[in-house]
Design a protein around this ligand. Sequence first.
Ligand SMILES: COc1nc(N)nc2c1ncn2[C@H]1C[C@H](O)[C@@H](COP(=O)(O)OP(=O)(O)OP(=O)(O)O)O1
Length: 207
Amino acid sequence: MSPPPGVFDDSNVVQYIETSSGGDHVWLPFTSKKLYTNAFIVSPGPPRKILLGYKKRGFGAHLYNGFGGKVEDGESPGQAALRELKEECGVEARLNHCGTLLFVTTGEPEWAFQIELYRADAYSGTLIESEEMRPEWFSAHDDHPLEIPEIPHPSLRPIPYDSMWPDDVHWLPLLLANRPFVGRADFVNDTPGKYNMLRWWFGVLST
Ligand SMILES: COc1nc(N)nc2c1ncn2[C@H]1C[C@H](O)[C@@H](COP(=O)(O)OP(=O)(O)OP(=O)(O)O)O1
């Protein structure tokens, strides 16, 4: 499948390898993008582990995710990622950009979420639970969860893909493998609070 509209518009990347795709719905139209961030801390260990946050309120409530939010006026995505990480779990980190994702939902034909993803191997400060997020460490195996069942570390739960956005299982393994990635997922929101993927495409980059 060729990459979906919107994914390579602002990029000079010339080579990519598709890693997963699916769904047969037409790609949803959108006219503008709203910038968001999402940041993950992956501690090399041992045990290798990833920090996720349980979202207590707002969009994506009751799901685990990285730490992030809207890029405010006058901020770069990198600045917003640092601010959101600090606000949502109290820590600072040297974040590296690792991916860009586009999410479009039926009923929101005007705009798409463009999410800039970041990763860090270490952090400074003390982890705190904020009004928005409750941080929690999970086991971060190198194995691809779609191919090899995860063997949980005795003291850490496996990544809770069943309690995450349905797109995450397609790209979080790429973030864990340190492969720069792009992708898009289109969703239908026909039940309050429930988003199902209509069509998706993810790939890794080689520049
Ligand atoms: C639709 O699929 C998504 N998957 C994943 N993994 N993450 C997503 C998806 N859609 C949105 N997100 C991320 C992007 C952001 O990190 C958060 C949403 O940010 P939020 O609405 O919490 O933004 P804030 O600026 O913090 O908002 P408030 O301060 O107004 O609550 O989810």
